[in-house]
Ligand binder design. Sequence first.
Ligand SMILES: NC(=O)c1ccc[n+]([C@@H]2O[C@H](COP(=O)([O-])OP(=O)(O)OC[C@H]3O[C@@H](n4cnc5c(N)ncnc54)[C@H](O)[C@@H]3O)[C@@H](O)[C@H]2O)c1
Ligand SMILES: [Zn+2]
Length: 377
Amino acid sequence: MTAAVRTDPAVVEVSLGARSYEIVIARGAIASLGTRIAALRSGAKTFIVTDENVARHVLPAAETALAQANVAASRIVVPAGEKSKSYRVFEQVCEAMIASRIERDDLVVALGGGVIGDLAGFAASAVRRGLDYVQVPTTLLAQVDSSVGGKTAIDSAHGKNLIGAFHQPILVIADSAVLDKLPEREFRSGYAEVAKYGLLGDAAFFSWLENNWREIFAGGGSSGSLAREQAVAVCCRAKAAIVARDERETGERALLNLGHTFGHALETAGRYTTLLHGEAVAVGMVMAAKLSERLTMSSQADTERLEQLLKAVGLPAALPDGSDPDKLLALMRLDKKNIAGTLRLILWRGIGRAEIVTGVDEDAVSTVLREAAWEDG
Ligand SMILES: NC(=O)c1ccc[n+]([C@@H]2O[C@H](COP(=O)([O-])OP(=O)(O)OC[C@H]3O[C@@H](n4cnc5c(N)ncnc54)[C@H](O)[C@@H]3O)[C@@H](O)[C@H]2O)c1
Ligand SMILES: [Zn+2]
């Protein structure tokens, strides 16, 4: 990774032919929302989808930026949280878009975290058979992960993200200043996804995080803000490169799921109330490291470095108390990434060297979960 200090916005290109777009990363970038939209789509109206927390903290700045560039804007504010990724709220958003007379050349603006990005992006993919949209991610998780790559979805009674579409945005604006308002636990949870990029393919970035996490968390002032932007840029560059090579996840895009099969099992076991997504992924990455170690793919020293990095910022690195290893394994068997009834997991050969492994030995997974539950429970 590059460690150069910069004051201009970092711009990361997502190269997808005619569907290519830019991710603009800078403190205060939201002020350029109107001018960038006007430059991309002269005369377009916008329809903003946001949630009640983001409406309080970020919407005024977005609306001001649009007004200053004479871009017309209407909006819908939905309840905060995963429950808004539902058929009911999806319908409300689509109907509100149509009622606002949004047309084919107009734009949807997804202003919020991953929930809003997924919901607004999916509504944009469907209304009038597809409207273009702009992502303005306001959580760390959304800035480094969900706003890039074009996966959009709502949840089904059968599971999360089961109804959706691939629909790429035409622009992403990641303003590090909006993260100052994010509750600390949400920020920390997003940091687990930041660490994931180091683990899966960039050992130098992992080392940089070991040395710079304090600045990333401090944010605010100039050095903290730069470290934050730099981290977001590295993650976006990594995701953009993977998405450009494998947009529809037929191959290497699955590497982005490092820690997620264990993590989803933990989220489901806790009924989505005990752990935030990134917290579950943090524990999941440690479990993947322990399993890699057991399969003699990686060393104990690598696992310990990962645990250190997570614990330093207050992320969990161990199974929650009372975890049931058999139940977790049963949930992992249901993962949609499995192939022909055998476990397919993202494991690693050490920091920065993740691999997709099919036909993982269930006994080894069971042993690792049992040992972890025994140690931690
Ligand atoms: N599409 C993808 O590729 C992808 C990838 C990862 C995750 N996701 C999805 O993302 C969702 C999780 O995203 P998330 O963690 O951003 O959750 P979220 O959107 O629910 O945001 C978390 C909380 O922070 C609040 N918030 C957001 N921005 C804020 C700000 N700047 N200041 C104050 N509060 C703010 C929200 O109102 C919410 O309460 C899940 O539904 C997950 O499935 C999608
Ligand atoms: Zn994730």
